[in-house]
Design a protein around this ligand. Structure first.
Ligand SMILES: [Fe+2]
Length: 130
């Protein structure tokens, strides 16, 4: 049995954060980082079914959607070598790596040529080994 109380506690705390500071993205990132770091420092809460890779493409599992759609919690699972298309979230988001590693390449739009220019790649790793 998974420790769903840990996920529930994260969702409750994040909901309170959004209710109090929903217009203050800087505060959301500062406090939200602590909450997310605490959540993903343990691996006992995520059911195995929501950590299963799909052999054909990266997989998304929606774990929670706020009833007012202010935030959601999603488990993204990549198998080795899998990737996403280049994309822009257009809204704020937070990423935490619980297992393995993710390479993230960032781009800038050059308006004069209407082309994307790579700004480099960085590797995201778990804060702690689980
Ligand atoms: Fe993304």
């Amino acid at each position: 049995m998974r420790n769903l109380a840990r996920l529930r506690g994260f969702i409750q705390s994040f909901t309170r954060l959004i209710e109090h500071f929903g217009a203050n993205e800087e505060r959301i990132f500062v406090d939200g980082k602590e909450l997310l770091s605490e959540l993903i420092s343990q691996g006992d809460w995520l059911p195995d079914a929501f950590a299963e890779p799909n052999p054909k493409r990266y997989q998304q599992y929606l774990l929670y959607c706020d009833p007012f759609e202010r935030f959601s919690v999603v488990s993204f699972v990549w198998g080795p070598g899998q990737s996403t298309p280049v994309h822009d979230h257009t809204v704020w988001g937070m990423v935490g790596v619980m297992r393995g590693a993710e390479f993230c390449e960032e781009f800038a739009l050059e308006y004069a040529t209407a082309r994307l220019r790579s700004k480099g790649t960085h590797k995201l790793r778990p804060a702690k080994s689980i």
